[in-house]
Write a protein that binds this ligand. Structure first.
Ligand SMILES: O=C(O)C(=O)Cc1ccccc1
Length: 302
């Protein structure tokens, strides 16, 4: 059972120890939180509660793009109701090819990792391991753990994991065969910090960029239950009415059954900081941008 520590709140991350999510969280929170590993990003979201007030989830990579699993989970109604995005942090990602000690490149016929990491190392894999089978795992560090303890469906002496070099200090019998195998030196991942409740005090000052920003979820649906094209919302009008900076837009299929009436995620920023509190400015913007067939939920502001 998890007994909450009144001094050190709990933070859930995609585990096991040694993932990039773990590093991103540690860079922000250091010793001020207690870290709880979860097997999936979904489990991180699901664990948010009074006992686990904080979580961290990967949101976007500069080489491979949006983390689809995270955006799919942001469609859940609990986000924006009980759980909220509270800010973000960016981590430079340096991938390594990690093997059991003594394994050489020519021995490898399976490469295990999180699908984001496999995607971030495409050109290395195509050049140096063109014949290897790519095996998606729950996380980068879980790939290393599986090879270390022999819990893969494959011969661990014919496998490699793509992960951080830190895993060699966490799991036994592993070594780094190649370093810096990511496509592009600038490879970075942005992580969202999430909390249970919208105003839970965050035990760090490391996470927030100076800018005032927010994430909106826009659900679209036909007003009548015919799915006529003429009912499609006019996004240009909606965005003009918001009158905020539009920092990025993502789109995922909706959870309802109406085909192609999608969910949009819009990150907005304050055009100019003034004396008006950011929450008031956001409420005013959302009032200006009220349209039939568009439902807006504030998923978080920071
Ligand atoms: O699996 C991990 O280590 C994660 O934290 C997800 C991830 C994977 C690859 C790059 C950044 C984050």
């Amino acid at each position: 059972m998890c007994v909450p520590d009144p001094i050190r709140p709990t933070l859930a991350f995609l585990g096991p120890a040694g993932t990039f999510s773990h590093q991103a969280a540690f860079d922000c929170f250091g010793a001020s939180v207690e870290y709880v590993p979860k097997q999936t990003i979904e489990a991180v979201f699901q664990s948010l509660s009074p006992d686990v007030p904080f979580g961290i989830v990967p949101q976007e990579n500069s080489t491979y793009g949006s983390v689809i699993e995270t955006y799919n989970l942001l469609r859940d109604p609990t986000i924006g109701q009980n759980n909220f995005i509270r800010g973000y942090t960016v981590l430079a990602i340096r991938h390594c090819l990690v093997v059991r000690q003594g394994v050489k490149l020519e021995n490898i016929d399976h490469v295990l990792s999180h699908e984001q990491a496999l995607g971030q190392c495409r050109s290395f894999l195509a050049r140096l391991l063109p014949g290897a089978t790519l095996v998606p795992t729950d996380s980068t560090a879980s790939a290393a753990e599986d090879i270390s303890n022999g819990k893969t469906a494959f011969d661990p002496y014919r496998c490699a994991a793509i992960c951080s070099s830190i895993v060699t200090t966490v799991f036994e019998g592993l070594e780094v065969l190649q370093q810096n195998i990511q496509d592009g030196e600038a490879n970075s991942t942005r992580f969202f910090m999430v909390s249970h409740g919208s105003d839970t005090t965050i035990p760090t000052s490391q996470i927030f960029p100076v800018r005032r920003e927010a994430l909106l979820r826009i659900s679209t649906f036909p007003e009548s239950h015919g799915t006529s094209e003429s009912e499609r919302p006019n996004f240009a009008k909606f965005i003009r009415a918001l009158d905020l900076d539009i920092l990025r837009i993502d789109r995922r299929p909706a959870l309802h059954a109406l085909t192609f009436w999608d969910v949009y995620f819009i990150e907005v920023g304050d055009i100019k900081d003034g004396n008006t509190p950011w929450s008031d400015k956001l409420s005013q913007a959302l009032r200006r941008a009220t349209y039939p067939s568009i439902e807006v939920t504030l998923l978080g502001k920071w």
